[in-house]
Design a protein around this ligand. Structure first.
Ligand SMILES: [Mg+2]
Length: 114
């Protein structure tokens, strides 16, 4: 994960050199809305896929590639935001997973279908 964060940091420095002059707050605002936008793009393809299903049309493979691409867009913004927050995403992931493991071990908050 550190390699991905470093790759994204270098990509951004190379492709968006003016970004270094933007304030932290402006970056946080822009990146948060951009992340939400990408989540929306992903959800839009889920909606389109569901419409096919409801209409009784073949839908199993519909929009699969589009959903994958939007999910990668979401991931890229997560990397950029993680870099902005100067966080080690992998370390934070495992810390949060440990919390979730404790939380879900009691059966108090289960995911749908569990
Ligand atoms: Mg997108």
């Amino acid at each position: 994960m550190k390699q991905l964060q470093q790759f994204q940091k270098e990509f951004d420095a190379a492709h968006f050199p003016h970004w270094k002059d933007v304030s932290y707050d402006e970056k946080l605002l822009f990146l948060s809305t951009a992340l939400a936008g990408e989540v929306g793009e992903f959800a839009n393809f889920v909606k389109k896929r569901h419409r096919l299903k409801v209409a009784g049309e073949p839908h199993h493979a519909a929009y699969q590639e589009e959903m994958k691409e939007e999910l990668v867009d979401v991931f890229i913004y997560l990397l950029i935001l993680g870099n902005l927050l100067e966080m080690d995403i992998e370390k934070a992931f495992y810390q949060k997973s440990a919390k979730n493991s404790e939380r879900f071990s009691h059966g108090s908050a289960q995911r749908p279908g569990n």
